[in-house]
Write a protein that binds this ligand. Sequence first.
Ligand SMILES: [Zn+2]
Length: 244
Amino acid sequence: MKHYTLCVECDISNPQDTVWADGELTNELYAICTCPQGHRTLSSLVHHAPDIIFGSAVRAFRYECYSESILSFTAALERAFEIFFKAFCIKQEIGFKVIDEMWKEIKNQSERQYGTFCLAYCVITETAWKSDNKQVEFRNKVVHKGYIANRSETLSYAEYITEKLDTIISILNRKLKEECTKLNFHNQKSRNCQKLLDGNPDLKFCATGLPSLLRWNHADRNTVTFDDVLKTAEEIEKRFEGRL
Ligand SMILES: [Zn+2]
């Protein structure tokens, strides 16, 4: 995924100008970005993965790549299940070593992950998580049978995923905030950016925060609908000339 950040070196020498550097985002949520002068910035995202994957799904939807957007919406929800479960484990005072080892056992099977999430959700909220079978069947048809979805079907799926993510984020923010912060620090540490910086003295480090369409960490966060998401995405595209 293409990623943009402000060039740290250009910003130090001339803070009045906005100079963008671009690179490719890795699965560890960092990118080595280069500006037109050749300066290199190591941009490490401060976000949770589903926040970024959701942004990619919205972009695909807005550019009418519906199958691609359904794949990414699905991945965003599945990665949110992972965060919820891991934050739940941290709350039980289980160490990261054990959490990471355990996740290895289930990370290749989404049904196992979904099961662990449902259990964690039930314990934290004392309610049962419910999926919409119609939407799950639709997703399977697209993902496994190559069904070509139209805009209206994709919109309905996007609204469903946004509602589910909104529920998860509001519970994470209310009940597992401290655990999510610990998880984020752990994930950032695992990226091993320090090793890259030590091996490449020209690299400048930048912890990057992008606008979150789901308003993930906003202090005044209220319910977010897909309609809100589309409006925000349009504003951001105008403001940053399509870079974010
Ligand atoms: Zn530069």
